[in-house]
Design a protein around this ligand. Structure first.
Ligand SMILES: *Cc1c(COP(=O)(O)O)cnc(C)c1O
Length: 219
């Protein structure tokens, strides 16, 4: 029993839902597929490979977790969006593997906005430095399509919304400065099961929701 329709009913029509299916078995994904869901988010390469092989071919697979550069080659032939690019090294490896696969792979740069020290991602300063350096302009097989972030995992809604607000303000700054002529730079991936209503108020275009759809994961 999944809660896809209940979650969808809470989203404005222009916001895309990434059904985060990591750790859930393929039949549960098939159930969501049968109810019309086409975008699924996974965070482990091996698990994604198995599900991609087993499930319908018109699914758009999003990689939402930390991605090791040496694993890009496995998913490059089919991945629709890589949400969490957190180093230039990873961006360059995606370029290389996408070229081999003769594709352009849309990517989001992961912002480190949360207070927790353990999370991956670029600080706004580091992200600006990467964009100023300009190597990315030469890449023909990656398309920087926006930004992704995770808020702090705290109960304080004011703090969480403030973090999403900072991400939105930074997105607008980057858009104006580096991507004003590029309509493809348009995605803001923020919000998970417990905080997506706040993310929606701060301009999310993609929400990554697992537990609220599929229930608790069994690790
Ligand atoms: C697992 C995960 C999610 C989904 O989390 P839920 O709390 O189950 O909605 C979203 N984003 C990322 C990056 C994740 O790893």
């Amino acid at each position: 029993m999944i809660h896809l329709q209940e979650v969808k009913a809470t989203l404005p029509p222009e916001v895309e839902l990434v059904a985060v299916s990591k750790f859930h078995p393929a039949p549960l994904l098939q159930e969501a597929y049968d109810q019309g869901q086409r975008i699924f988010g996974e965070s482990r390469v091996q698990e994604l490979q198995a599900k991609q092989a087993a499930l319908p071919k018109d699914i758009q697979w999003h990689f939402i977790g930390h991605l090791q550069p040496n694993k890009v080659k496995y998913i490059a032939p089919y991945i629709s969006l890589i949400h969490a690019v957190d180093s230039e090294k990873l961006l360059l490896e995606i370029e290389k593997q996408a070229a081999k696969a003769n594709r352009v792979i849309p990517c989001l740069l992961e912002l480190h906005i949360a207070q927790e020290a353990t999370k991956y991602g670029f600080t706004p300063e580091a992200c600006t430095a990467l964009l100023e350096a300009g190597t990315w302009r030469q890449l023909r097989h990656v398309q920087i399509a926006g930004l992704m972030c995770m808020a702090s995992n705290v109960d304080d809604a004011v703090q969480v919304e403030e973090e999403f607000h900072r991400a939105l303000a930074y997105f607008n700054e980057v858009k104006a400065r580096f991507f004003a002529d590029d309509p493809a730079f348009c995605q803001r991936s923020w919000g998970m099961s417990h905080d997506y209503p706040l993310a929606l108020r701060q301009g999310a275009t993609l929400v990554r929701i697992g537990t609220a759809i599929f229930g608790e994961r069994e690790y």
